[in-house]
Write a protein that binds this ligand. Sequence first.
Ligand SMILES: Cc1ncc(COP(=O)(O)O)c(C=O)c1O
Length: 380
Amino acid sequence: MTNWKKIRKDFPITKKGVYFQSAAMSPIPTPVFAAIVKNYRKIHQQGDVLWTEDSKKYRKLCGDIAALINTESDNVCFVQNTSTAMSLIALSFENKIKTPYNVVSTEDEFPASTIGFEYREIPMRYVPPKNSRYPIDSILEQTDGQTAAVVTSYVQYATGFRQDLQNLGKALQERGILFIVNATQAFPFYPVDIQAMHIDALTCSLHKWGMTGHVGSIFFTTPEFRERFSAPWIGWLSLDAGKYMIHTAKNAPFSVHDSARRFEFGTQNLQTILAFQDALDYLKAIGFENIRKRILELTDYLIQGLKKQGVTIVSPTDKPEERSPLVSFSLGERNKECIKRLTKESISVSPRAGFIRVSINIFNNFVDIDKLLSVLQSVL
Ligand SMILES: Cc1ncc(COP(=O)(O)O)c(C=O)c1O
């Protein structure tokens, strides 16, 4: 049996109050924090000497992530954030697609997924939600013969709705439409299977469920995607300089990495990126299935409590496969007052899209939820 009490101790934030804002950013567990400090200490004491060794560790990490999402190591790299990854894709489309086209996304999408496409003036079609859900048929209805891609989050940031990526991906593949996924609010808690989900490009910012702070975003692309769209911009580390490592020649031919390394551009914050390996190991030791079961149990308890109090729940709650750690609800005009009262009791939640969003993490427990419900009761 998992010792959740022991896990809670890895999160000192739990001593200060009740933290329900992991969908904004998870606190870093102590073992991962120790790894970050250790990585920075190496620079403090040894400077750049270990860069080559760290770069090898980085490649191993990309390989571990690739194995977890059922793809090859060459298809995975890190970029600064999801906004960068999506803007990069949008610019690639603008550069390479020469016939009229559109991109379909959802009305609730976090702007990091969509604003880069709007900025390039790519015609965007937004699917309206149905009771906070995006049924696959509603998405397909918005597509036509000119749809180049569907861009969607795995889990929606405001409502917690979790999309059925497998069936959506299959339907898009049958129609020859690219499938671009933002897994920021889901991975690594919820599984990604690139092959089974027919994903062409995926981005996942890790400061939420990756538990490593602002470490950047995983960026996955298929070899076919890279072949078709190249890279809209590059840097010195995008180049395959062979044994020389640094391409110093000017006005001379150069070759760009075939792999996702082309998107690495230049030096990265390896000190925190490498600590994601520690975060992965930490979470793997608990077990992702175990984590999902715990989250479902705790969110069930919260949902039952909210229902008992007659609170309007915005998140889809009926089907476990549509659920996530995020539960949003609304007290209408009393939302503001409610957040104020919660903050006074050191309970932190997130105001999002006019709702109150609670996100449940592995360090939360039933007592945390009771405290929240008790404040809601007094507001009501
Ligand atoms: C679904 C989703 N995607 C992306 C982000 C963050 O985007 P970026 O990595 O560009 O800061 C957030 C929240 O901050 C989010 O909820």
